[in-house]
Ligand binder design. Structure first.
Ligand code: VG1
Ligand code: CO
Length: 544
């Protein structure tokens, strides 16, 4: 087998976003496009000779072909061993788990997460470091810089590897091991949660569950853990076979896209608990009977109840949440007397806090929750933590959450997304807000008075790195907020995200419908940013 050096031309658009490089499949299918980016990853790394690389993805269209290319390039680059999920499958949290457990140098995960899959949809690739977490910005910037002047890549000339059969073999000088994608992850979950207690609750009927894998990667994980290990009845996991196009849907667990589950949870004979996860298994949505839990509230409730689960029985070191996530968790942290960190959007900003032992639980409003057990957000982990808490407390989800509000207050919260907006219009809207910002303090809008307006910037308390322009925050005197940000994961035009939050301490006023409770703030956001005039949109595409 020979290593070939292929001459190539650089691309100028291989800049990783919030979570890796995401483009249309057709872009990744351009000659050399994938290879160039993989070589840029390797060129940005040092000292991996003879070390282990983990490779897997969410099973979407192009996953299998990309795995083959990456293996041949990893062998050419000098990796000593590759661990590959059988069939090319590894959920994002499972990849993080495997990297850590097997002390790999790093891993490449193939996914565009909750974005649709298929020949005309999205593909993505991201690099995770030895701690199992997303490459920090310094590294993704180095990859991007390299990609802009790359002149050649190296690839082993070899037959494709059989990635469907467990076992090992050599690919040039690199050993390839095909591993069960679920084993290591399921074993880790057993160390964190009381499987016996959850099994008893499921058997007695105190707890009943449906899990929607949305035709994406968590199907095999949820079947093994919920049905085989915890004894939930067959059929508990729905849409459980990963499909290259996710059955044509958006594998995004929210009230809009996880409609199969939502219908069941709102229907007659609903189970006591429902969960769903996204394309690559790192997001989660949780519901009780006819009761939706916002991701921000979920983080707060998990934090407040963490000591009921074996993995967190000794308490939490701290909590971290992304800036747009509601402040519900901050109130729990204050009550527990632990630190709460506010980071920019994207899981990569939690890595240092987790590595340094400063935070134990982390969360994002975008249906992402996780802990120090891996370095990614983890959908099934959140579902299992809820199940463990429900098995112990034996109360309904609705009762647990409304009691939480009574104790800590309720943070009414919603995100409005305007998708595939003209990029210039979206950037113009953000510039307009930046221009307005200095003159806004003290302005009164209905019941609300603006306290300050800023563009969020973050200094990492561990390594001192600084991230600027992370979202425009309009902060009101009563603690309410509106945040404006442009998405860093879209593949078409720009997506404007408007985050709205209002705090309500009075239990008598905690039962309002969310959009109604936020009505004034929604109107203020629209006026300030001139959303309709600038985007041409009357209403958001997705409200979560
Ligand atoms: C979105 C979410 C962010 C999340 C990111 C990756 O990013 O808002 O919270 O970390 O997706 O999640 P953006 O830049 O589009 O707002 V996933 O499950 O898509 O990897
Ligand atoms: Co995801």
């Amino acid at each position: 087998m020979t290593i070939r050096t292929i001459a190539t031309e650089p691309f100028d658009d291989q800049k990783p976003g919030t979570s890796g490089l995401r483009k249309k499949v057709k872009v990744f299918q351009r000659p050399h496009y994938l290879e160039n980016f993989v070589q840029s990853i390797f060129n940005a790394l040092e000292g991996f000779g003879g070390k282990t690389l983990v490779v897997g993805g969410d099973g979407r269209y192009l996953n299998r072909e990309a795995v083959q290319t990456i293996l041949k390039m990893a062998a050419a680059a000098g990796f000593g061993r590759a661990l590959v999920g059988q069939g090319g499958i590894l959920s994002t949290p499972a990849a993080s788990c495997v990297i850590r457990k097997h002390q790999a140098f790093g891993g490449i995960i193939l996914s565009a997460s909750h974005n649709p899959g298929g020949p005309d949809e999205d593909f993505g690739i991201k690099y995770n470091a030895a701690n199992g977490g997303p490459a920090p910005e310094k590294l993704t910037e180095a990859m991007f810089a390299i990609s802009r002047s790359l002149k050649e890549y190296r690839i082993l000339e070899a037959d494709d590897v059989d990635i469907d059969s467990l076992g090992g073999g050599m690919l040039g000088g690199m050993r390839v091991e095909i591993i069960d994608p679920v084993d290591d992850y399921a074993a880790l979950m057993e160390t964190l949660f009381d499987f016996g207690r959850i099994r008893d609750a499921l058997t007695s009927g105190a707890l009943s569950v449906r899990f929607d894998a949305m035709h994406a990667v968590t199907g095999p994980y949820a079947r093994e853990i919920l049905e085989n290990r915890l004894g939930a009845p067959a059929g508990t996991v729905m849409n459980g076979t990963p499909l290259p196009d996710f059955g044509g849907g958006h594998p995004d667990p929210n009230l809009v896209h996880a409609h199969d589950l939502v219908e069941i949870m709102r229907g007659p004979n609903a189970p006591t608990f429902g969960g769903a996860s996204d394309g690559d298994g790192d997001r989660n949505m949780v519901m009780g009977r006819d009761f939706f839990v916002t991701p921000s509230d979920s983080l707060a409730v998990l934090a407040a109840n963490a000591t009921l689960t074996p993995g967190y029985a000794d308490g939490l070191a701290g909590i971290a949440r992304s800036m747009p996530t509601s402040g519900a968790a901050d109130r729990v942290a204050a009550a527990l007397g632990i630190d709460c960190y506010e980071t920019p959007t994207g899981w990569k900003f939690f890595g240092n806090l987790l590595d340094a032992g400063r935070a134990t639980l982390c969360g994002e409003e975008s249906f992402g929750t996780g802990s120090a057990h891996v370095r990614e957000k983890d959908g099934l982990w959140a579902v299992l933590m809820w199940m463990n808490i429900l098995a112990v407390r034996q109360e309904t989800v609705a009762d647990i959450v409304t009691e939480h509000w009574r104790k800590y207050g309720r943070n009414y919260y919603s995100r409005h997304d305007y998708e595939a907006v003209d990029a210039d219009a979206a950037n113009g809207l953000m510039d307009h807000l930046r221009e307005l910002a200095p003159g806004l303090a003290g302005r009164v809008f209905g019941d609300y008075t603006i306290e300050t307006v800023d563009d969020f910037s973050y200094t990492d308390p561990v390594d001192g790195s600084v991230a600027t322009k992370q979202g425009i925050r309009v902060l009101f005197t009563d603690g309410s907020r509106v945040v404006f940000r442009l998405s860093g994961t879209g593949t078409q035009g720009a997506t404007l995200r408007v985050y709205l939050e209002r705090y309500e301490q009075d239990p008598a006023a905690q039962g309002q419908e969310t959009q109604a409770a936020l009505g004034q703030l929604i109107a203020i956001a629209g006026d300030l940013a001139e959303i309709k005039a600038r985007t041409g949109r009357d209403a958001p595409d997705v409200i979560t």
